[in-house]
Design a protein around this ligand. Sequence first.
Ligand code: FES
Length: 266
Amino acid sequence: MDLNSIDFYMEIEAPHVARKWKPGNFVILMLHEKGERIPESVYSVRDGRIGMFIRRHGKTTLELYHRFKVGDYIYAISGPHGREFPIKHYGTVIYASDAVCGHAENASFTQELKKYDNYVISIQTFETGKEVYPEEFLAEKHADEHYVTTLDGSAGVKGHYTDLISKIISERRVDLVLTGGSLAGMFKASELTKRHGIPNYALVRTIMVDGTGMCGSCRVFYGGAVRFACVDGPVMNAHLIDWEDVMRRDKRFIEEQEKAKNLFLS
Ligand code: FES
């Protein structure tokens, strides 16, 4: 099902993954035996099915959207990958997201954090009002407070989630900030929370290949050491991440990605 002009919702029946999934874990999809491996964040786990928000921005996600129908099989779903994030009582927690993987985890984390009596403020940023997800897919139903912000101000609060975080933390105590989505947004939030001395964990979705710590693709400089987002994250302490290096590495296959996408579309 379409969530907006570029993101869609999909469920895959995978009881072996669903049984073991914990917040912070992600899955890897392969459409074909020799196909690309695509990491995806998890929005929901129920009745043995993994629900995901997926952005059709590359060859494989376009193929998944256009060529696979309800009831089809994909070659593999592997997981859960990554380190579980400790869900416990923190107090007042903000989860803020501005892109597809972050929005998926915004909903799942908000739901889990509520089970431990946290006061959860969820913020979801979209470019325009037209891009806001249908209500049933927003984190709204699980949060104590929920805000939609849009960059052009056509729905909700005008601005990016970092503007709203800045306002909230100037007015009241916040014990933990979680962020997911664009690297630039998480970087900005990290600078902001660091200045205010608020713990901040971010969903670091670098380019991943094997998802098991073997290939080195997702390498992150973390507090002066080398870490791998797929096994040491993907949810990591935002204040320890070398964000400029992460953003630089994230651009390294743009040309190849565009070529593969255009070939698929031609
Ligand atoms: Fe290969 Fe993390 S994806 S080391």
